[in-house]
Design a protein around this ligand. Structure first.
Ligand SMILES: *Cc1c(COP(=O)(O)O)cnc(C)c1O
Length: 373
């Protein structure tokens, strides 16, 4: 049993890419032989195809998902001292870019069912310095965008979606990233649409924001060597754009495979009472970037599974308000109890497009035997 499943991986990109090897190689050769390695038609084509897929007007490629968030904040004109409301239970990039621009991350605790920002806590944190809300669609399920947009409208705030984990997810039939004013996407290899390296995109329907975003990502220039804004150098490589254009055609297949795997986990875990399975918000389409359970004795379970050749991950072990670098914002342990409890209880199980039922049965039987002992 043990060695048979030694091949279980958290993410299995080798097998995913092996299936489309010829198409990826063809794209690679096209770029190699095309001779244009920055920008060019491959980038334009991928941006257009992604805009089509998402149903939005503008897609601007950039270097990675972190840059996407930073450029979005620069595009709305975030200034030092401005406040941005977000979740403390996210990857550091979300708060990092606020801090880098001199802004102040203002956290609101999460809804313990979805792990996303709890909109009920937002109104009390809005001040005259608040400029934006960044909901993070954690694990691939959108935050409550109805409530967030309603608050943002009422207070004149921008909503920038951190959709790094949620490409293809939907809120009431609209694609994640296109519901707020600006959406930020990551093509980090393990994300649901992964490049063979770094990549990111910023999406919007607003022509003025789109123009500013495009300029900021290109040193603040609309035309060469004439700089109207202070910008950055953040580009989606031509090669990555060409490879992503191939993989975009398979994104719906990939999402279906993840959802199928999630359904199987749900079914298999039904009779393991210690495990809280992922909550599914009925207004959302969950794309299961992660399949994340809540369990007692999480660290012991993780070690037990590791011994049986089953990798798992904790996203994330420390909420942002207790991270050493972010103490300066004056938060303390105990301020966001739901985020802190989630950090102690969450465990993400292997989830990828190549996961099969036999592997999942093995994983769930191991979890069951841990709690039976
Ligand atoms: C991956 C991720 C990012 C950053 O994306 P990179 O492409 O790695 O820079 C930002 N936010 C969240 C929630 C992420 O998961």
């Amino acid at each position: 049993m043990h060695s048979l499943f030694a091949g279980i991986q958290m993410v299995d990109l080798l097998r995913q890419h092996a299936r489309i090897r010829e198409e990826l190689l063809a794209a690679f050769c096209e770029v190699l032989e095309g001779g244009q390695y920055i920008r060019g038609p491959h980038c334009e084509r991928f941006e257009a195809h992604l805009a089509d897929y998402l149903g939005c007007r503008y897609v601007i490629g950039c270097g990675n998902g972190t840059d996407a968030l930073q450029i979005a904040l620069m595009a709305i004109g975030l200034e030092p001292g401005d406040e941005v409301i977000t979740s403390p239970f996210t990857f550091v990039a979300t708060a990092e870019v606020i801090a880098l621009l001199g802004g102040r991350p203002v956290y609101v605790d999460i809804d313990p069912r979805t792990f996303n920002i709890n909109p009920d806590g937002i109104a009390a944190r809005i001040t005259s310095r608040t400029r934006a809300i960044i909901p993070v669609h954690l694990y691939g399920q959108p935050a409550d965008m109805d409530a967030i947009l309603e608050l943002a409208d009422r207070h004149g705030l921008y909503v920038i979606e951190d959709a790094a984990q949620a490409i293809g997810a939907e809120w009431r039939g609209r694609k994640a990233g296109t519901v707020g004013h600006i959406g930020c996407i990551s093509f980090f290899p393990s994300k649901n649409l992964g490049a063979l390296g770094d990549g990111g995109a910023i999406v919007t329907d607003d022509p003025q924001l789109a123009e500013r975003i495009r300029m900021i990502a290109n040193h603040g220039a609309r035309r060469k060597y004439y700089h109207e804004l202070i910008g950055v150098n953040s580009r989606l490589d031509t090669l990555q754009a060409a490879l992503l254009d191939v993989k975009l055609r398979y994104l719906e297949t990939y999402i279906a495979a993840r959802q199928q795997a999630a359904d199987r986990y749900d079914r298999l875990l039904e009779n393991v009472p210690q495990v809280v399975r992922p909550y599914r918000e009925r207004r959302a389409r969950h794309v299961f970037h992660q399949y994340t359970i809540r369990v007692p004795k999480r660290d012991q379970l993780q070690a037990f599974l590791r011994e049986r050749g089953i990798p798992t991950m904790v996203y994330y072990p420390y909420p942002l308000h207790v991270q050493p670098a972010y103490r300066r914002y004056g938060y303390a342990e105990g301020d966001f109890p739901e985020a802190e409890r989630a950090a102690e209880e969450v465990l993400s199980l292997p989830m990828h497009t190549e996961l099969d039922e036999a592997q999942q049965v093995y994983i769930v039987e191991a979890i069951r035997s841990f709690f039976a002992a």
